[in-house]
Design a binder for this molecule. Sequence first.
Ligand code: GDD
Ligand code: MN
Length: 358
Amino acid sequence: MESKLSLIVPTYNEAANVEALVSRISQSTGGRLLEILFVDDDSPDGTASLAESFSDRYPVRVIVRKEKRGLASAVIDGIKEARAGIVGAINADLQHPPEAIPALLHALDDGADIAIGSRYIPGGSCGDWTLTRRIISRVATVLVHILLPSIRRVKDPMSGFYLFRRQVIENVSLNGTGFKILLEVLLNGIYRQVAEVPYTFNTRRFGRSKLGLRQSFEYLLQIIKYSAQKGEFLTFFKFSLVGASGVFVNMAVLWLLTHYCNVFYMFAAPIAIATASFSNFVLNDRVTFFDRRSSSPKIFFQRLFKFNLVGVIGAGINMSVLYLLTAGLNMHLMLSNLAGIGSATLLRYLLHAFWTWR
Ligand code: GDD
Ligand code: MN
């Protein structure tokens, strides 16, 4: 049971794909397969009864839900019913090649807790997707990486094709709104190692995709909600506060040097700037990104160097925005500057989060 596989197939109107799917899955998984669990939302095209008809030749079980409640919740219901030590999901439409399952199982046998079929590692691809769909998918992935840094190492966190050990989600409640269950598993599951295995996303031959604008929108809201739950907005807020504190440090140093030490203000200013910048660095290192120092560059000075480089890039962005808005759009100087500061802060935050303290 430990090393056996319960494979969940959420379906809605996939009758044309069922036969090929079942035979290809069982051919490629052989003795490892305990069951193929169809979770069907009472498809009008008879997917459920067709799948059921294969249960004499293949280890097929079918769960029918009387309402259409969506892909993610179908997978969760499947997980609840699954009996094997390894559970996973695959789409019914053969866009996920069942022939890649052995490689996923192999990754688990090699010690991974979660194995993900990935389009975005070498060897994987989106097949013949249109440029538009490629771009949308890439943007969504980058968004996940920005908003949920804890799973940044996963190149294809939105895959619908994955296996994991049952223990990963023991005692974890999955809530199943939206389209993706893997994200929840990655965010809340208990695991040490994630492996990605390349595959090529095939063209759907029969039936049609159910992923529409509405799902994409719900999905975006879901990521934002997760991000808030994980305290990511708090990190950005801390970063902004640290930035503001730098203004005070700068002012204080300038005042001390000019008033008490009689330093000429044009000599005092660079010292004030350097002090503020260093204090910002230390605060970000110890407070804002304290939990990421272990995986970031080990050497303090390396982080410091990157911090300053990003600072210069930020200043460049600040000035470009300032110039474009003031000269190009005739905006009020103070408003343009505010926009410049805002975009520079955001950019610096992203560069720090992805590079300085990655
Ligand atoms: N039970 C149930 N209920 N199943 C559903 C529902 C539903 O409301 N909606 C879709 N499904 C089933 C489909 O029948 C199919 O087997 C699978 O879920 C995926 O649906 P598609 O409509 O084919 O989605 P897609 O191909 O656009 O996107 C899939 O692949 C992507 C790449 O791995 C999804 O799995 C995405 O989450 C994934 O990112
Ligand atoms: Mn599909």
